[in-house]
Write a protein that binds this ligand. Structure first.
Ligand SMILES: Cc1ncc(COP(=O)(O)O)c(C=O)c1O
Length: 414
């Protein structure tokens, strides 16, 4: 059998979309101008699908820093990995500033959040160790776990009994360490990890905790310090990861922890050691973005107002928006019915509202939801126009919205 045979089939992730060369539901072609609106197939739409929480993607000062930096350094410098020729004082300074912001001893940059997650988990979890991972963790966390030479176990989503049972089981014949791995804000449903109880359990059983706070970094808690800080347990998080691809509206990731742990990761994370370092243009932009994120309480307040308004108004129409306590608004499609979900997306886009449907493998099979991201760039008018469109769609398609509550409650997402 030819190894390429599968490429002719409709198997694999999003197989039917691939075969149909779909550019509507998967890989829609969008106007690259960032902001609360976008252009899709010639139609101006309100954009609810980008992670531009604080509205920094449109920030002119950040664009000027990028221009200046590109003029000085080009787009590739410094060339080489940090270990060889890619290290500069600027990288080190940004790491120090990030460590300060995150109240940790040290921090290390990665080129993507994804690379940060897999590099961090796989370098920390050795042969005798066990990774204990929340069932709904992002793909990068699972990949980092699978790359580790140790064992792993999966606990039920945010279920502290399940976590404790696993901890007890591992402790019976324990040879190495335990790393509990969870998201801070679960990026699809928008619910929060029960970090207080996770920290209590990790202390009780002598484990460590790694939090991938991609959607909480710059967003949650005082000054956007993250989901741990929102719950008042930030100082108990052993290893904290943030990505710059969301609230910071840039590229890259950061892991923060105590100095010895960060140095271990620096020398052992393969995605760090064997990859070119972050270009100067991003380092310079991130320094400025960090200042704006720190001082961004007005932006955060506005984003929360948009989130509450959108969630409340959609709920008033009868839509199921789940139980997330983060700004993310997850709208569940009745009974996870993909054909109906596609009709809703199609009609919403005709009405000038851009939402994306999320299905397996991003969420478990049997679920479909629209993951809507409120940002500081949205206005009340954007929300109201969006809600009117959802009302039209509900009435035109005669949606049985009650079914969405049942599918959400009984879903494998629980
Ligand atoms: C929870 C989580 N972790 C990691 C990542 C990957 O981050 P990046 O896009 O910076 O590679 C994402 C991005 O979607 C995410 O949501």
């Amino acid at each position: 059998m030819d190894i390429f045979e599968k490429c002719d089939s409709d198997e694999g992730y999003f197989g039917p979309s691939r075969v149909q060369e779909d550019y509507f539901f998967t890989r829609p072609i969008l106007d690259p101008i960032p902001g609360a609106t976008t252009s899709f197939q010639g139609q101006k739409c309100i954009q609810w699908s980008i992670n531009n929480y604080l509205g920094l993607a449109e920030d002119n000062e950040l664009k000027s820093v990028a221009l200046e930096s590109t003029r000085d350094y080009g787009t590739s410098a410094p060339m080489g990995s940090r270990m060889m020729t890619g290290n500069t004082q600027h990288h080190k300074l940004l790491e120090q500033k990030l460590a300060q912001y995150l109240d940790k001893e040290a921090a290390i940059l990665f080129n993507y959040g994804y690379l940060g997650v897999i590099g961090t988990i796989s370098s920390l979890a050795g042969k005798n160790d066990t990774v204990l991972i929340d069932k709904l963790s992002h793909a990068s966390m699972l990949d980092g776990t699978l790359l580790s030479p140790g064992k792993f176990r999966v606990f039920k989503h945010n279920d502290m009994d399940s976590l404790e049972n696993h901890l007890k089981h591992i402790n019976r014949n324990r040879k190495g360490g335990i790393l509990i791995v969870t998201e801070g804000v679960f990026g699809m449903r928008g619910d929060l990890a029960n970090l207080k109880d996770i920290c209590t359990l990790k202390e009780k059983y002598g484990a460590r905790v790694f939090v991938d706070d991609a959607h909480g970094f710059g967003v949650m808690g005082p000054h956007g310090q993250g989901t741990g800080s929102y719950f008042g347990v930030h100082n108990k998080l052993d290893v904290y990861l943030g990505t710059f691809a969301k609230a910071f509206a840039s590229i890259g990731g950061v892991t923060a922890s105590n100095k010895k742990v960060v140095e271990w990761i620096r020398y052992n994370a393969r995605t760090q050691v064997f990859a070119k370092s972050l270009p100067m243009v991003y380092v310079e932009v991130l320094k400025k973005a960090l200042e704006k994120v720190k001082k961004g309480d007005d932006r955060r307040d506005h984003m929360w107002e948009i989130s509450f308004r959108l969630k409340q108004k959609l709920a008033n129409l009868g839509y199921c928006t789940g139980e997330g306590q983060s700004p993310i608004v997850a709208v569940y499609v009745p009974a996870g019915d993909i054909p109906t979900g596609k009709k809703i997306i199609f009609r919403l886009r005709e009405l000038g509202i851009f939402v994306t449907g999320v299905i397996y493998p991003v969420v478990p099979k049997g679920i479909m939801l629209f993951r809507m991201i409120p940002t500081a760039s949205h206005t009340d008018e954007h929300v109201d126009k969006t809600v009117r469109a959802f009302q039209i769609v509900r009435d035109e398609l005669n949606l049985d919205l009650e079914k969405a509550f049942i599918s959400q409650r009984e879903s494998p997402l629980q």
